[in-house]
Design a binder for this molecule. Structure first.
Ligand code: MGD
Ligand code: MGD
Ligand code: SF4
Ligand code: MO
Length: 852
C-alpha cells in the first residue's frame, strides 16, 4: 500500500489503537516497576501476582510483587477496568499490615475468666484442635438447651465467600443472628437512591462525560468508593467540569473544587431542597426527563402551590406533589439560615448545576447521610439527579450496572433440623423492624440489620442474651459509636471467638482468638467489588505468600473445622452440607479438608466467569487457572438508560419524587405494629408528618447535648483519613509518619481542628492538650488551629485512639495508653432509623473543649 497522507493517518491511528490496547497489560505506575530499573545480571527473580486490596470499599484489583516468597510491592491490576492499573496510597500500607509483628500468630485462649478493659485476658497458645473442640462444645450446649438463637456470627468486612460462615452456618445451627457491620457503614446513602430509583447499592458515576459535580460530604480523591479511578482522572475532570464540594471541613476535594460550601453539619437537607427549588422556579429542570407544564408556562413560583393536572411527567412521578409539599418555600434564603451558606452561593451552584443538565452529578455519600434523619437528605440528593435527568444517563449517575454472573452457594434448607428451625424463628437480637427502627432495605421492615443496637440488646437482655459469638474482621467496641457500652456488653458475653489479623480492642474480651489470613496476601477468595468506571466486576484474591503464621481462612476453613468438631459430638449437619453439596465443577470431587473446601467454594462461585460455556457480556476468560492469573473479570461498559421508559422497578415504574415505594414500605411497617405512619415517623425521630414522609425533604439536624455555652458549645464533626484502611491501618509506621497528608492533621498524632477565632476565645494554642467532653464520653487530644473548619464546629479525623491494637497504634500498648482518642468514645450511639444506620456524621454530638 502506498502511503499517502490519508492512509498514513489511518495506519498510525490503528497502531495507536493497538498500542493503547497493548499498554493495558503494562503497569501505569512505572516508578514501581523493578524490572524497568534492573540490569540484566541483577534482574530480580520476582513476579507480579494478582490479588485484591480491601483497604476500603473500592475493593481494587491489584498486583503484588513477590520475591523470595515475600510480598514487596503493590500496584493496580492493569487488567481491571475500574481502576485500570492504579491503586491508592493505602494499598501500599497493606504490606506493613501483613508483616506486622504484633499480629495474632497462633490460636489462643483466655485464662482469666474476668472480662473488662482493666482485666488482663492472660491469653495462652492452644492448638487448632483444642480451639475447635471448645467451640463445638459451646454450640452443642446451646442445641441441647434449645437456645441456638443465642448463637451469633458477627461480620465486619468480608469477601464473596461470606455466604458460608455468615449466611449458611448460623441458619444450620439455628440462629437468626448474623450481625453485619453494614448498618454502621453506608446504608442511609443506599436508602436515598432506593426510594427514588429503586437501587440499593454503591453508586458509580460517569465522571468522564460530566460538566458539573456536587459532592455531598464525599471526598472522592481521598476516600469513598473509587479513589484510584477518581484521582487518576481528576485533572481531566477538573479542566472540563465545575465542581462544588459541600462539606463542613476543607477536605482535599474541597481544596480542589471550584466551590466550597462549609455547611453546618447535618443541615444538608436544606441545601438540597433549595437547589431543587431553584431548578424548578428558574425552569432549569431537564424537560426531556421530567416533562413540562402542558401549556409550557412555568408555574413553580415561590410559595405557590401548583395544580398537578397542569403538568405532564415523562420519566418521573410526583414532581408537583414534591413541590407543593417540600419545595415551594425552600428558597436559598430559607436554606441559608439553616445551613449557614450564603444564599448567593446556593443560587450560583443550583444554576450552574442546572445549566449543565443532563450531564451533571449529585454525588451522595455516607458523610452527609449517615446522619440522624439523613435518609431524607440522601433522597433529596438522589432526587436532584432526577430533576436534571442525569439518573441512568451519560455524564450522570449509574443505577446498578451490567450483570456479573456468579453462582449462588448450594441450598442448605434440608440441613436445618427441628431444633435449628425453632431457633431461626426467634426474634432477631438487633431490634431491626421494631416500631422505632423501620430499617427499610428492599422495601422490607427490618430489611437492614442493625449493628450498634446489639450492644444495648446484650446489656438489657432484650429480647434475650447472646451466649456464643463468632466474630470476624470486626472491632465493634472501636468502630461503633458509644464504645463504653460495647466494652460492657462484650464483657457480658459468656463465650466470644475473635477471628482477627491483629489483636484488637474487641480481642481483649475474647475467650478464643483465632489467627486468620490478611485478605490481600494470604488467602484465595473471590471479591465482588463496587461498580467502578462504568464496569461491574469480580476480582480474585490469591494466596500471594505463605504466611509465617498458623492461620486458617475465617469464612471457609474455620467453619469446615468447626463442622468436623461438631460431627464428633453428634451433630453433622454442617459438615454434611459442606461435603455433600460442594463439588469441584471440573472434576466433580467433593472437598475432603478445609483447604480443598475453600478452593472448591471459590471455583463454584466463580464458574460462570471462567467457564466459556456460560453466556455473558464481558471479558472472555478461559479456565480457572486463567481467572486466578488475570485476577479480574470485567463486564462490558454500562449501557445507559436501561431504566428509562418505565423500567425503574419502583411502585409506579417511574423515577419517584413522590415515593409510592416508600409509602408502601412504611405502610407495611406501620401495619405490622398496628400504628399509623405518623407514629412511625415520631418513633423514628423524624420531625415531619403526613405525606411529607413520602418525599425528599428537609429535616433539621439532631444534636445530642445542650448548646448552652458552659455545657457543650461546639458541634463535633468528623471525617476519615486518606490513610485509614477502615480502622485497621493505625499500627503501621507509614500511617503514622504520613498522617499529615490529611489537611490540618499531624504526623504521629491525633488533633482536634478548631477555628482560630474559637481557639482565641478559649485561649487555646496549637499543640495544647485539650479534653473533649460530650454526654457520651471524654477523650484527650492535641489542639490544632485551622481555618478549614467553621467557627462553632470542631473537626477530627477518625482512626486513632487504639488502646489495644499494637505498639505503633498505641502510645503505650502495655499500659493501654492510646495514641490520641477514638471519636466513637465521645460520639453518641444514635441512629438514622429509617435505614437502620448508625449515625456518625452530621454533627450529631455537641462537645465541650477544655485545655488540660
Ligand atoms: N466514628 C466513626 N466510626 C466508624 C466509621 C467512621 O468513619 N467514623 N466508619 C464506619 C465504617 S464505614 C465501617 S465500614 C466500620 C468498620 O468497622 P469494623 O467492621 O468493626 O472494622 P475495623 O474497625 O476496620 O476492624 C476490623 C478488624 O479486622 C481485623 N482485620 C484486619 N484485616 C483483616 C483480614 O484480612 N481478615 C480478618 N478476618 N480480620 C482482619 C483487624 O485486626 C480489626 O480488628 O466502622 C464504622 N465506624
Ligand atoms: N481513605 C479511606 N477511604 C475509604 C475508607 C477508609 O477507611 N479510608 N472506607 C470506605 C468505607 S467502609 C466507606 S463506608 C466509605 C465512606 O465514604 P464517605 O462517607 O464518603 O467517607 P468520608 O471521607 O468519611 O466522608 C465523610 C465526609 O463527610 C464530611 N461530613 C461530616 N458531616 C457532614 C455533614 O453533616 N454534611 C456534609 N455535607 N458532610 C459531612 C466529612 O468532613 C468528610 O469529609 O469510604 C470508603 N473509602
Ligand atoms: S485502599 Fe481502597 S481505593 Fe485504595 S487500593 Fe485499596 S481498595 Fe483501592
Ligand atoms: Mo464502611
Amino acid at each position: 500500500m502506498k502511503l499517502n497522507r490519508r492512509n498514513f493517518l489511518k495506519a498510525s491511528a490503528l497502531t495507536g489503537l493497538f498500542a493503547a490496547g497493548a499498554t493495558q497489560t503494562k503497569p501505569v505506575l512505572n516508578a514501581f516497576s523493578t524490572k524497568a530499573q534492573a540490569s540484566e545480571e541483577n534482574k530480580p527473580q520476582g513476579e507480579w501476582i494478582a490479588s485484591v486490596c480491601q483497604g476500603c470499599t473500592a475493593w481494587c484489583a491489584v498486583q503484588i510483587y513477590r520475591i523470595d516468597g515475600r510480598a514487596t510491592k503493590v500496584r493496580g491490576n492493569p487488567n481491571a477496568k475500574a481502576n485500570h492499573g492504579h491503586s491508592c496510597v493505602r494499598s501500599h500500607i497493606g504490606l506493613q499490615q501483613v508483616y506486622d509483628p504484633d499480629r495474632v500468630k497462633q490460636p489462643m485462649k483466655r485464662t482469666n475468666p474476668k472480662k473488662g478493659r482493666d482485666e488482663d485476658p492472660k491469653f495462652v497458645p492452644i492448638s487448632w484442635e483444642e480451639a475447635m473442640d471448645t467451640i463445638a462444645d459451646k454450640i452443642i450446649e446451646l442445641r441441647e438447651n434449645n437456645e441456638t438463637h443465642k448463637f451469633s456470627v458477627w461480620r465486619g468486612r468480608y469477601t464473596a465467600l461470606n455466604g458460608i460462615l455468615y449466611g449458611a452456618m448460623p441458619k444450620i445451627i439455628g440462629s437468626p443472628n448474623n450481625v453485619s457491620h453494614s448498618s454502621i457503614c453506608a446504608e442511609s446513602e443506599k436508602f436515598g437512591r432506593y426510594y427514588t430509583e429503586r437501587y440499593w447499592g454503591y453508586a458509580d458515576y460517569d465522571h468522564e462525560n460530566t460538566y458539573y459535580e456536587i459532592f455531598w460530604g464525599g471526598d472522592p480523591i481521598s476516600s469513598n468508593r473509587q479513589v484510584p479511578h477518581t484521582a487518576s482522572i481528576w485533572g481531566d475532570l477538573k479542566s472540563r467540569a465545575k465542581l462544588a464540594c459541600i462539606d463542613p471541613r476543607f477536605s482535599t476535594t474541597a481544596a480542589k473544587s471550584d466551590e466550597w460550601l462549609p455547611v453546618i453539619p447535618g443541615e444538608d437537607g436544606a441545601l438540597a431542597t433549595a437547589i431543587a427549588h431553584v431548578l424548578l422556579t428558574e425552569e432549569l429542570w431537564y424537560k426531556p426527563f421530567v416533562g413540562d407544564f402542558k401549556d409550557g408556562v412555568n408555574r413553580f413560583e415561590v410559595g405557590k402551590t401548583v395544580n398537578e393536572d397542569d403538568f405532564e411527567e415523562i420519566q418521573t412521578h410526583g414532581v408537583v406533589k414534591w413541590w407543593n409539599l417540600a419545595l415551594k418555600d425552600a428558597t436559598p434564603e430559607w436554606a441559608s439560615e439553616r445551613a449557614g451558606i450564603p444564599a448567593e452561593q446556593i443560587y450560583r451552584v443550583a444554576r450552574d448545576f442546572g445549566r449543565a443538565a443532563p450531564k451533571c452529578i449529585s454525588f451522595s455519600s455516607p458523610g452527609s447521610s449517615m446522619v440522624v434523619r439523613g435518609g431524607y437528605t440522601a433522597m433529596a440528593q438522589a432526587a436532584l439527579n432526577g430533576l436534571v435527568g442525569s439518573a441512568d444517563n451519560e455524564g450522570g449517575v449509574i443505577c446498578g450496572g451490567e450483570s456479573c454472573p456468579v453462582n449462588d452457594f448450594p441450598e442448605f434448607e434440608s440441613y436445618i433440623d427441628s431444633i435449628a428451625e425453632q431457633g431461626n424463628s426467634m426474634e432477631r437480637i438487633d431490634h431491626g423492624g421494631r416500631l422505632e427502627f423501620p430499617a427499610l432495605k428492599d422495601s422490607k421492615s427490618g430489611g437492614v440489620k442493625l449493628t450498634n443496637t446489639v450492644a444495648d440488646a446484650i446489656l438489657n437482655q432484650d429480647p434475650y442474651d447472646l451466649k456464643v459469638v463468632l466474630s470476624y474482621w470486626t472491632n465493634f467496641n472501636f468502630s461503633n459509636q458509644g464504645t463504653e457500652r460495647w466494652d460492657e456488653a462484650l464483657a457480658k458475653i459468656p463465650f466470644m471467638v475473635h477471628m482477627t489479623v491483629n489483636p484488637a480492642e474487641q480481642t481483649h474480651f475474647a475467650d478464643i482468638v483465632l489467627p486468620v489470613p490478611h485478605s490481600m496476601f494470604e488467602r484465595l477468595s473471590p471479591v465482588r467489588g463496587s461498580n467502578g468506571n462504568l464496569h461491574t466486576h469480580l476480582h480474585m484474591q490469591n494466596k500471594v505468600i505463605e504466611s509465617p503464621f498458623d492461620i486458617k481462612v475465617d469464612e471457609t476453613e474455620i467453619p469446615w473445622m468447626i463442622g468436623e468438631a461438631l460431627e464428633k459430638k453428634g451433630f453433622s449437619n454442617l459438615i454434611d452440607y459442606f461435603r455433600n453439596e460442594f463439588a469441584d465443577p471440573e472434576t466433580g470431587k467433593s472437598p475432603e479438608n478445609e483447604e480443598e473446601f475453600n478452593e472448591i467454594a471459590t471455583k463454584m462461585y466463580t464458574q460462570p466467569l471462567w467457564d466459556l460455556s456460560y453466556e455473558k457480556e464481558g471479558d472472555k476468560i478461559n479456565g480457572w487457572e486463567e481467572l486466578k492469573e488475570i485476577g479480574t473479570w470485567n463486564s462490558i461498559p454500562y449501557r445507559f438508560r436501561q431504566k428509562w421508559d418505565g423500567n425503574w422497578g419502583t411502585e409506579t415504574g417511574q423515577f419517584e419524587f413522590y415515593s409510592e415505594t416508600l409509602k408502601a414500605a412504611l405502610q407495611e411497617h406501620a401495619d405490622k405494629h398496628n400504628a399509623t405512619i405518623d407514629e412511625v415517623m415520631e418513633a423514628a425521630m423524624q420531625t415531619e408528618r403526613g405525606e411529607m414522609a413520602f418525599v425528599p425533604h428537609y429535616e433539621p439536624a439532631y444534636r445530642v447535648g445542650d448548646d448552652e455555652k458552659d455545657k457543650y458549645p461546639f458541634i463535633f464533626s468528623e471525617h476519615r483519613s486518606k490513610l485509614n484502611r477502615e480502622a485497621r491501618s493505625a499500627n503501621t509506621s507509614w500511617y503514622q509518619e504520613f498522617k499529615d497528608v490529611d489537611p490540618g492533621d499531624e504526623a504521629w498524632d491525633d488533633v482536634v481542628k478548631i477555628n482560630p477565632k474559637d481557639a482565641k476565645e478559649l485561649r487555646i494554642q496549637n499543640g495544647d492538650n485539650v479534653k473533649l467532653t460530650t454526654p457520651t464520653g471524654t477523650i484527650t487530644v492535641k489542639a490544632k488551629l485551622w481555618e478549614g473548619t467553621r467557627p462553632g464546629v470542631v473537626s477530627k479525623c477518625y482512626g486513632q485512639g487504639h488502646w489495644a491494637y499494637g505498639h505503633i497504634a498505641s502510645l503505650d500498648r502495655k499500659k493501654q495508653i492510646a495514641r490520641g482518642g477514638n471519636n466513637n468514645t465521645i460520639l453518641a450511639p444514635v441512629h438514622e432509623a429509617m435505614s437502620g444506620s448508625g449515625a456518625r456524621h452530621g454533627g450529631q454530638t455537641r462537645v465541650r473543649v477544655e485545655k488540660v
